[in-house]
Unconditional design. Structure first.
Length: 209
């Protein structure tokens, strides 16, 4: 699992699928399919399309579904190359997701405070990584947590036995500073999905690590 560059999708169009594939071809290690407003059926269709395109572009890139363990299960059951799910604090318990998806699935969990990171350690044998944010205030997700900034990550990394992925309005320009905090990777939404050249963004992030 290479989580140095973690792409989170936006939108539900063919451009979403194509951009995810370009990121994968450039070496992005994980693509998370996120479409908060989509129905379960729409998210399943999008997830399968992204997974197939990403797998064709780079079989080593893992595709996970945001929030919906049931959609991840349905996609895997349908034969799509979907690796697992990324869960928030209000989603199904990680233990239930592991039971549903099996031992080989990738499961991530959102954190963002020292207390949440510490609480996640009880699931060190259940989940594969934690997301931690926001790095700065983000227009794509209101978590009610205070921005961490660069200085907020080293204590979280130190407290975690699991790899930590930084998230929250991160730009490619933040990659070098964040890589030096000890995080295993950084998650980008608009930084990749709205980039003129998504491949070069991915390569910049990988170079920072």
């Amino acid at each position: 699992m290479d989580i140095r560059c973690y792409c989170i999708t936006s939108g539900t169009t063919r451009q979403t699928v194509d951009t995810a594939a370009v990121a994968a071809a450039a070496g992005c290690g994980i693509v998370q399919v996120r479409a908060k407003e989509a129905t379960a059926a729409e998210l399943l269709e999008l997830t399968c399309a992204v997974a197939e395109a990403v797998h064709t572009a780079n079989p080593d890139t893992l595709v996970v579904v945001d929030d919906r363990a049931d959609v991840a299960y349905a996609a895997r059951h349908a034969g799509a190359p979907v690796a697992g799910v990324h869960l928030g604090q209000d989603d199904v318990p990680v233990t239930a997701a592991r039971q549903l998806l099996g031992p080989d699935a990738i499961i991530g969990l959102t954190t963002g405070t020292l207390e949440l990171v510490q609480a996640a350690q009880r699931y060190v044998d259940v989940i594969d990584y934690v997301g931690a944010g926001p790095y700065r205030f983000t227009p794509t997700k209101d978590s009610d947590r205070s921005p961490l900034g660069v200085q907020g990550y080293p204590p979280l990394v130190e407290a975690s036995q699991l790899p930590v992925v930084a998230i929250g309005d991160i730009t490619p320009d933040d990659a070098v500073a964040l890589a030096q905090t000890g995080v295993a990777g950084i998650a980008l939404v608009r930084g990749i999905m709205q980039a003129q050249d998504p491949a070069s963004v991915v390569q910049r992030v990988l170079a920072a690590f």
